[in-house]
Design a protein around this ligand. Sequence first.
Ligand SMILES: [Zn+2]
Length: 85
Amino acid sequence: MEGRTCNARAELTRTLSRLLGPAQREVGCDECFDELDRYVEVELAAADADRVVPGLRAHLEGCPACREEYESLRVLVTTEQAPRA
Ligand SMILES: [Zn+2]
C-alpha cells in the first residue's frame, strides 16, 4: 500500500516536470527565503533572474507569503538604490 502511494507520487512528479519542462525545479519556502536577496538583485540588474535562481519565480507565483516578502524586499532595495534629491 505504501509502495503504491510512493509510485503514484513519483508518477505525479514526473508528470509535473514534463509539464513544467526540465529546467524547472521545485523551490521550497526556506530556499526561496535564502535566495530572495540574490534574486531581487539580479532582477534589478535587468538580468534573467529566473535563469540565475531557477524555480524561484514559479514559487513566488504560487506562494503568497513569499510573494509578499519578495515585493517588500523589492521596494526596500529600489528605495535604497534611488538617487536622493
Ligand atoms: Zn514560499
